[in-house]
Design a protein. Structure first.
Length: 169
């Protein structure tokens, strides 16, 4: 953590979110340097961690990892554990000639232990996508003269339901 002139705070989590992004981006870089498929690379590392491996396998199977995609569409995978919950995701994306990212599909898996209210768990997972996805396509947090321009939901949009399409197994 660095002390900057721009205040920082949690974003639907307490530092775990960005750690997962950093870790999984690095995992992809290491897999690529090793000449390995990102899924197989992670499977080898998680071989003795059954809960990590289970969500990884579930999301890869459900997403059809390894099956051909349309031209220009790419698939990425990530797996992370935080606060006792094991999660994994596969994203299918394309990038326009102007650098715009389009998310075609996301497949998510979560093992948070005993589920008292499965619908609430699904809402939490789906909400994380709705909050996180616009950061790549709709908005960014800007600062001006040391203060945040987008300060809350009234001027920092989240993905609206009309842009989401949900299907569950």
């Amino acid at each position: 953590m660095r002390n900057t002139h721009v205040p920082v705070g949690p974003w639907r989590g307490v530092n775990t979110n960005q750690n997962g992004v950093y870790l999984e981006c690095f995992m992809d870089e290491v897999a690529r340097a090793a000449g390995r498929d990102p899924l197989e690379f992670r499977r080898a590392l998680m071989a003795s961690h059954p809960k990590h491996l289970a969500v990884l396998n579930a999301v890869a199977d459900r997403a059809g990892w390894g099956k051909p995609l349309p031209a220009g569409v790419h698939r990425g995978i990530a797996q992370f554990m935080g606060y006792g919950s094991y999660s994994a995701a596969v994203a299918e994306v394309s990038v326009s000639d102007k650098g715009g990212v389009k998310v075609h599909r996301m497949v998510l898996a979560l093992n948070c232990g005993h589920a008292v209210n499965p619908d609430q768990i699904a809402a939490q997972v789906e909400g994380s996508v709705a909050y996180g996805s616009p950061r790549r396509s709709m908005a960014s947090a800007r600062s001006r003269t040391g203060r945040m321009v987008e300060s809350n939901f009234h001027n920092y949009p989240i993905m609206r339901l009309a842009r989401c399409r949900r299907s569950r197994p």
